[in-house]
Design a protein around this ligand. Sequence first.
Ligand SMILES: Cc1cc2nc3c(=O)[nH]c(=O)nc-3n(C[C@H](O)[C@H](O)[C@H](O)COP(=O)(O)OP(=O)(O)OC[C@H]3O[C@@H](n4cnc5c(N)ncnc54)[C@H](O)[C@@H]3O)c2cc1C
Length: 415
Amino acid sequence: MRRYSVFSIAREAMRYHQGWERAWRSPEPKAEYDVIVVGAGGHGLATAYYLAKNHGVKNVAVLEKGWLGGGNTGRNTTIIRSNYLQDPSVAIFEKARSLYEDLSQQLNFNIMFSPRGVLMLAQTEHELRAYRRAEHANRLQGIETEMVSTARVKELCPILETGGPRYPVLGGLWQARGGTARHDAVAWGYARAASDLGVDIIQQCEVTGIDTAGGKVRGVQTSRGAIRCKKLAIVVAGHSGVLAEMAGFRLPVESVALQALVSEPIKPVIDIVVMANTVHGYMSQSDKGELVIGGGADGFNNYTQRGSFQHIEETVSALVETFPIISRLKMLRQWGGIVDMTGDRSPIIGRTPVDGIFVNCGWGTGGFKAIPGSGWAMAETVAKGTPDALAGPFGLDRFVEGRMIDESVAAAVAH
Ligand SMILES: Cc1cc2nc3c(=O)[nH]c(=O)nc-3n(C[C@H](O)[C@H](O)[C@H](O)COP(=O)(O)OP(=O)(O)OC[C@H]3O[C@@H](n4cnc5c(N)ncnc54)[C@H](O)[C@@H]3O)c2cc1C
């Protein structure tokens, strides 16, 4: 595949952009692969890419029932940060954040990583104490975060109302190297680079059954026929429970819809990401000028990939309280994605009860930021057959042993 560069842009500009090749191949499925990855979201594509790049495992197919990046990866609000509380979480999220820093160069695809800084507002005494605790933990873990005063919050984001009557801003947890990236570009970049290394990405190919014999995986049934494989990686976010059921085991995950919306585009008003977890609204501004707003998750399990009126109302009223200047903005569109939540709000990466089947799920409302680190760890786990150091703590066995990695209370919200 030809490299993208300033010269290729100039060359194509001279010939009316007629010479660009397709970004990835669309091959017919082969009869057998060494590894099949189910799910062409960011995590599945990154797994396939690092399998090929880091471990030389190139006889790999990524099977996607829709179009690649069409799941949560293309529906999220793109917040990237690593200031979690527990050591295993910080290790994998920081690995991901640091990989994001030069991912555009690594993939030769502009993923538009923007380390603009993420500010988490403390609006109750409890939140203030929790963030101070996170700041101390992060210092021990070598992660650069700092508690900032209300005055500094106002400096970082002048449109914020810090003296609100219900929840005045008492301070904030600031990660200057956090930020955002273009979500589709992350999927497209990994797809293109993986395809270039020989990975077959097969879209419109739904996995409808999993073949096992003697406790070992043999292959999958798909809407395009049966395909054999030596190893199977299930990386399907909100549909993880459905795939696990096909293989005959259960996962401790629940699926719920999580929603987001964007406003009409306006001139630049906010150049950082702000998370107001108490009132429950998150906001950043896209390059097009739209305010990108993260809302709440449904309070009941479902597989509905769409938004709802009550979430718009809740989220927008919370944000108007925090950012009064947006009160007269029109909202342009809303949507939902199906996220997979574990009890401790930490992911699951590792082996399953069926030999040769590996799972990567449970990223819930916060897995976009983890894509590079998760793919890196999952690839090593699949290639070697045992979890690597990053993935080790996140195995399914923690639910049997009661060894939870509790990020739910610590994070207040899991983005
Ligand atoms: C509204 C919203 C906002 C969010 N905001 C943030 C945020 O700001 N920051 C953050 O870090 N995270 C955020 N997240 C979470 C993040 O988007 C997810 O954790 C992450 O994208 C999960 O990626 P994935 O690759 O595991 O799953 P997905 O991108 O959902 O990919 C899974 C793929 O599997 C495919 N699939 C399912 N079943 C089958 C089958 N039977 N056969 C073949 N293919 C199948 C699906 O079609 C899908 O394409 C948000 C999520 C949502 C919904």
